[in-house]
Design a protein around this ligand. Structure first.
Ligand code: GLU
Length: 505
């Protein structure tokens, strides 16, 4: 096993938008493969034509493009083990169904839905298995000739014949040796003649084998299928090359118990999808996405990477390279991981700080332009630098610091009441004259001159600064005062002072 090239796969069914848990699964596949010099295959498991949703496949592809995770092989990426879309592999599965039928590992069954329903009503906890199969209509109970006829006419299904009375071991990297009794399994349907398609179980095993998958890393919800998969490998005689399993911990509700659901997102106000999703089945109903909500892809990756894995140190901020270097499936937890969405916001804030001002500026510039503001990019960069530590998302910058670009029209009433004193108009008039005389309007020079003026005249620094801020900003908020005036420049600063003096009197 160890001398084999690591090959993992991400194999979504295109039945809707990719859930954030699916993104985590894919990410762990990437981290594991990159760590081990392996490859990640992108396979589409479109077994269920009834649940096919238009646009879902494109949505999944777009999600990974946004995240910057590039598959090595698969749908849209090429490779010599394709086709990589299940629905294009019909002939391959037929061949393998035949192999199981011929060896006696599987059999034909002809029970109609009505017959099965009737049986379920008659027999409590009915299960199609060793105890019941001989009472059913299948190739084990009917004469050969009738079987041949029924197969020729269809429809039929092919069922896997599970032998009762033995233990099945699933050797899971995260969970260890998981043992279940074969008696609890039913004779799963592997193939349906009606749509000429295998079920997920058969396709999954055949494809993993033919695509030379070495590790199956997937969500915990698939753990219950794993014993059946082990038996299928055995039935095909592929045990030697059976992939190692790793079933990842569930993502849990941020509050309370149970699995994370879309409703938790709606209820608490966070996205559960990487990108916004417009549901074609529901008149385009929109579900929020991390991208549209203003998250950086790096922040989403960092956040998800730590939901179920940690390196055992205090480190929390990881680049993709650092994650790759440290990721270890053996350090994944078995216990579910609470989806602490507030931590996701925290990560985004950390990435705003981590990124350079000029990296963030273009994004803020787009928002400025949308608000009709055209300024040189270095000015945008400067504002980003002054304000970014106060926000979690770039989009929060605009409401917080539009005053850099638009003069206040109104003055916040409460602030006026509190900060604009009897003598403010007169003092601002004097300050205005002091500033007008400055040739050097740099932050440092302004500050030293104004502070000296305050001292020489026995003025109250707090009162002066508060009134000054109100005049320039229109409210009692913002960064360091001289940062603002230096950014606005002399002309604009004087204009705003003049207006405040006139309006507030
Ligand atoms: N098609 C399955 C899904 O939608 C894949 C499960 C697996 O990875 O085996 O997640």
């Amino acid at each position: 096993m160890l001398n084999k090239k690591v090959r993992v796969r991400f194999a979504p069914s295109p039945t809707g938008p990719l859930h954030i848990g699916g993104v985590r699964t894919a990410l762990y596949n990437f981290l594991f493969a990159r760590r081990n010099g392996g490859e990640v295959i992108f396979r589409i498991e479109d077994t269920d034509s009834a649940r096919f949703v238009p646009g879902a496949e494109e949505y999944i592809q777009e999600s990974f493009r946004w995240l910057g995770l590039q598959f090595d092989e698969g749908v849209g990426f090429g490779g010599d083990k394709g086709p990589y879309r299940l629905s294009e592999r019909r002939d391959i599965y037929k061949k393998y169904v035949q192999i199981l039928l011929e060896s006696g590992a599987a059999y034909y069954a002809f029970d109609t839905p009505e017959e099965l329903q009737k049986k379920r009503e008659e027999v409590p906890n009915f299960q199609y298995d060793a105890k019941t199969r001989m009472q059913m209509r299948n190739s084990l109970t009917l004469p050969d000739q009738e079987v041949a006829q029924l197969v020729a006419n269809g429809p039929y299904v092919v069922r896997f014949k599970i032998e009762p009375g033995h233990d099945i071991h699933v050797n899971d990297i995260i969970r260890g040796d998981v043992v279940i009794k074969s008696d609890v399994l039913d004779d799963k349907v592997l193939y349906k003649s009606a749509d000429e398609l295998p079920t997920y179980h058969l396709a999954n095993i055949v494809d993993d084998h033919l695509m030379e998958i070495t590790h199956v890393i997937r969500g915990e919800e698939w753990l219950s299928s794993a014993p059946l998969h082990v038996l299928l490998y055995r039935a095909f005689g592929w045990e030697e090359s059976m992939p190692r399993f790793a079933h990842l911990p569930l993502l849990l509700k941020p509050d309370g118990k149970g699995k994370l659901s879309k409703r938790d997102g709606d209820r608490l106000g966070f996205p559960v999808f990487p990108l916004e999703w417009h549901d074609p089945r529901d008149e385009g109903a929109v579900s929020a996405g991390y991208r549209e909500n203003g998250y950086f892809p790096e922040a989403v990756i960092n956040f998800l990477a730590l939901l179920g894995w940690n390196p055992g140190t205090e480190q929390e901020i990881f680049s993709l390279e650092e994650l790759t270097a440290q990721f270890d499936l053996n350090k994944c937890s078995k216990a579910g991981a609470k989806f602490d969405y507030k931590k996701g916001t925290w990560f985004n804030h950390e990435y705003i700080l981590k990124k350079s001002d000029s990296e963030i500026a273009p994004e803020f510039d787009r928002i400025l332009k949308a608000n009709g503001i055209q300024v040189p990019i270095d000015k945008v960069t400067k504002v980003v630098g002054m304000m970014k530590n106060r926000v979690d998302f770039v989009k929060e910058l605009w409401p917080l610091c539009s005053f850099f670009f638009v003069a206040p029209e109104n003055y916040d009433e409460k602030t006026v009441k509190k900060r604009w004193k009897e003598e403010s108009a007169q003092e601002m008039q004097q300050l205005r004259d002091v500033l007008e005389n400055l040739d050097d309007f740099s932050l440092e020079h302004q500050e030293s001159v104004v502070m000296k003026w305050i001292e020489d005249n026995g003025l109250h620094t707090g009162n002066i600064m508060n009134a000054f801020r109100l005049a320039l900003v229109g409210a009692g908020v913002g960064p360091h005062m001289f940062d603002i005036s230096a950014f606005l420049g002399k002309e604009e600063t004087l204009r705003r002072l003049d207006r405040a003096i006139k309006v507030l009197g």
